[in-house]
Write a protein that binds this ligand. Structure first.
Ligand SMILES: Cc1cc2nc3c(=O)[nH]c(=O)nc-3n(C[C@H](O)[C@H](O)[C@H](O)COP(=O)(O)OP(=O)(O)OC[C@H]3O[C@@H](n4cnc5c(N)ncnc54)[C@H](O)[C@@H]3O)c2cc1C
Length: 402
């Protein structure tokens, strides 16, 4: 394989030539010749300053090339060249892509058919980094986001990508291969983690990302079982380095349309992609007419990841329906119960062609949510079975459970 370098390009088919990116670039790397707006490979430092302000997403393109395209070549073209980085680099990379596809197929099976991405979502980049050629990030912070005395230890882990380009969209996942080997001396297999920060970084316009990770610990008859990857991640300290692969996922993505209503249903770390989507809306279109409606279930407020920050979001941005199943002195409530309570509102939203539903979290939540939606629909003259297929085919129904 020849050595490849990563090059930042602008999609001439989508770019509206507003030159906002050129204004934002502190390296003077972006220029416009009256035909195309282009990035100078020799000046671009992947600062990502230009990414968020781009109104169309045309700026967010990355290719792996043997020899970077010159300014002259870029001024001359009217569409982007093929992304050679997306091709499998070798057998191992190809096998890994298959492995991830299968993992995502299982995770998305609850949609009842092949998922599609929202019509207005940005174009995702996938498979840029492989196990053989991962991107290395440095841990900036690792904070517990459930109460100290809560049963579940869920962490908010922030990773600094330094000078590495890792374009991710809200809803995408990255791969983590824990270091070391299993009892038989085989390398550990890769685990997927949803990115919980929006595309312009955990801190706006910084080249960093964040994960929401739950430490897997199980009491068993023969002792305590500790999940390999989740414990590795939850134990990371500031300054540690971690290898990542991906990004992965090209359907569980948010619509870029401000008119889109987004219904989000989650438990536990299923909240990760919804944090990213909510933050994207808050940063880029806080007054969007489209509704954000979140159904989030946990045992108690102390067990609900991001409870504090969630409560601080303005009501005008998001409607929070937080439900608890183990709050002392209160009847048990699960997300499906609250969907029932909000049935008039949910049914009205489902009647709109602008509504998208996302379900994320433990596999066990799927059935209850599905039944609740079916009952809400039948109580309002809608046929959920038919509607869900239409929504899925239109890229408006998304399930990711694990
Ligand atoms: C699309 C997707 C997105 C995801 N996003 C997130 C996320 O944002 N946050 C998050 O925390 N998780 C997420 N996950 C789950 C994550 O990928 C891991 O599965 C999870 O962290 C557990 O991994 P682990 O290595 O800690 O546990 P593992 O070591 O893989 O163990 C997982 C389970 O396998 C069984 N098991 C494994 N090894 C043994 C053994 N030797 N003996 C007995 N039982 C065993 C146990 O039942 C255990 O509970 C996501 C999964 C998918 C598919």
């Amino acid at each position: 394989m020849p050595d490849l370098v990563r090059q930042h390009l602008i999609d001439p088919e989508i770019c509206i030539r507003c030159e906002t990116c050129a204004e934002m670039c502190t390296r003077d790397a972006i220029s416009y010749d009256g035909v195309n707006v282009v990035v100078d490979f020799n000046k671009c430092t992947y600062s990502m300053d230009c990414i968020a302000p781009c109104p169309t997403g045309a700026i967010d393109n990355w290719v792996m090339v043997e020899k970077p395209y010159s300014l002259e070549q870029q001024f001359d073209w009217d569409e982007l060249p093929a992304d050679v980085g997306a091709e499998p680099a070798d057998d191992e990379a190809e096998a890994m892509e298959d492995e991830v596809s299968k993992m995502l197929e299982v995770a998305h099976a609850g949609a009842g058919g092949a998922s599609r991405r929202p019509v207005t979502s940005s174009q995702p980049r996938v498979n840029l980094y492989t196990r053989a050629s991962p991107v290395v990030a440095e841990v900036q912070g690792n904070y517990r986001i459930t109460d100290a005395d809560a049963e579940s230890d869920v962490r908010h882990i922030i990773l600094d990508l330094g000078g590495n380009a890792l374009p991710v969209l809200e809803g995408q996942s990255l791969g983590v291969v824990p270091p070391g080997a299993d009892g038989q001396g085989r390398k550990h297999h890769m685990r997927l983690y949803s990115v919980c920060s929006p595309r312009d970084g955990e801190r706006p316009n910084h080249n960093n990302i964040a994960f929401t990770v739950k430490r897997v610990v199980e009491q068993r008859d023969d002792g305590v079982f500790r999940g390999i990857a989740s414990n590795y991640m939850c134990d990371l300290s500031r300054g540690d380095r971690i290898e990542l692969t991906g990004p992965y996922g090209n359907t569980f993505l948010m619509p870029d349309n401000p008119e889109a209503n987004i219904i989000m249903v989650c438990t536990g770390t299923g909240s990760a992609p919804f944090r990213a989507m909510t933050e994207r809306r808050r940063r880029t279109m806080p007054n969007a007419p489209g509704k954000l409606l979140l159904f989030f279930g946990a045992r108690t407020p102390g067990e609900l990841p991001y409870f504090g920050p969630l409560m601080k979001l303005p009501d005008s941005l998001i409607q929070r329906e937080l439900v608890f199943s183990r709050e002392p002195g209160r009847p048990k409530e699960y997300v499906q119960d609250r969907i029932h309570k909000c049935s008039d509102q949910v049914a009205a939203l489902l009647e709109s062609g602008q509504t998208h539903i996302y379900v994320c979290g433990l596999k066990g939540m799927e059935e209850g949510v599905e039944t609740a939606l079916e009952e809400v629909c039948s109580g309002h003259g809608l046929d959920w079975r038919a509607l869900r297929n239409v929504m899925r085919d239109e890229g408006r129904l998304h399930v990711e459970t694990y």
